[in-house]
Ligand binder design. Structure first.
Ligand code: ITT
Length: 178
């Protein structure tokens, strides 16, 4: 697996598989609005997507408390530009290191649209640790963990508590109940 979307797809696919739901990835461009909230971004992208099959769009990001949620909706831009090194630099000498990952998954089937969100709280590590996962995982230490970063955890460990797994589990439960 190479790109971050490969990782995201794989994480989502594995969660939905637990509910007997098959996920297939489409390569289509999506319109992405500028908003603070991943829910609004995912919902809008889905609304303007003219595709007549059961479909979902996820939006996610890392929100750092000290910086009022930055990079948040600019998470992929911040990775492409300042990267994890830049985030660590911003946080240098900082004791307030709280952060959260947010995920929103907007799903549509015919006339029915629903959105589910997932969140995991944690801290920005002092240095990059681990090579698992992707994106900000080497610098994110979930508070429900043992001090390891997501980068130091297996995919199974990350999936127990991750923002994405939580959002997709809610979708899986909803689909199962349907
Ligand atoms: P990509 O081009 O990176 O795919 P995107 O705009 O499609 O960006 P998202 O909104 O879902 O992707 O996520 C924004 C960025 O936040 C993305 O670049 C990821 O690297 C990062 N991110 C999201 N979820 C993450 C996770 O579980 N672990 C590490 N980084 C994550």
């Amino acid at each position: 697996m190479g790109t971050s979307s490969d990782h995201k797809y794989e994480e989502a696919r594995e969660v939905l598989a637990e509910f007997g739901v098959e996920l297939e990835r489409l390569s289509i461009d999506r319109v992405e609005i500028q908003a603070d909230d991943p829910e609004l971004i995912a919902e809008y992208s889905l609304k303007v997507l003219d595709v007549d099959i059961p479909i979902l769009i996820e939006d996610a990001g890392l929100y750092i408390d000290k910086y009022y949620g930055f990079p948040g909706p600019y998470s992929s831009y911040a990775l492409r530009t300042i990267d994890n090194e830049g985030i660590l630099k911003l946080m240098e000498g900082e004791t307030e290191r709280g952060a959260r990952y947010l995920s929103a998954v907007a799903f549509r089937d015919g006339d029915t649209s629903v959105t589910f969100t997932g969140e995991v709280g944690g801290r920005i590590a002092e240095e990059m640790r681990g090579t698992n996962g992707f994106g900000y995982d080497p610098i994110f230490m979930p508070e429900e963990g043992d001090g390891r970063t997501f980068g130091e955890m297996s995919a199974v460990e990350k999936a127990r508590i991750s923002h994405r797994a939580r959002a997709f589990r809610k979708l899986g439960e909803w689909l199962e109940a349907d």
